[in-house]
Design a protein around this ligand. Structure first.
Ligand code: SF4
Ligand code: SF4
Length: 104
């Protein structure tokens, strides 16, 4: 696979995309942001559409609440594994359409 990230942020603003967070991810992000785990869950997450676990919140336009205007991730140091491993260990069928870094 040839890949070079163009820092476009497209992968963080997929309209119906979700980012699930497990217990370990919740704890590390909460700690990084200065929340207790419970407060982080209450204010920064919501129940997944399939009701199986929690996801990070999105803005009305579909972008992740942690995406900055400069297309940076506010929680880069502790971001969920799915985000950290895209597109190497984690992708989905439409990744090539979403990510211009994969089509160079
Ligand atoms: S946590 Fe960071 S890398 Fe993951 S979707 Fe949100 S802004 Fe993007
Ligand atoms: S969509 Fe691809 S090129 Fe754009 S920021 Fe995400 S990984 Fe990088």
């Amino acid at each position: 696979m040839t890949f070079k990230c163009r820092q476009c942020g497209a992968c963080c603003r997929i309209k119906n995309g979700i980012v699930r967070v497990n217990e370990a991810e919740i704890s590390r992000i909460a700690k990084y942001l200065g929340f207790s785990d419970d407060d982080f869950i209450a204010t920064e997450t919501e129940v997944a559409p399939d009701r199986k676990g929690l996801i990070l919140k999105s803005r009305p336009d579909g972008s992740c609440v942690y995406l900055t205007e400069d297309n940076l991730c506010m929680i880069h140091a502790v971001k969920p594994d799915k985000c950290a491993t895209f597109p190497y260990e984690w992708t989905n069928p439409d990744s090539n359409e979403v990510c211009p870094g994969l089509s160079i």
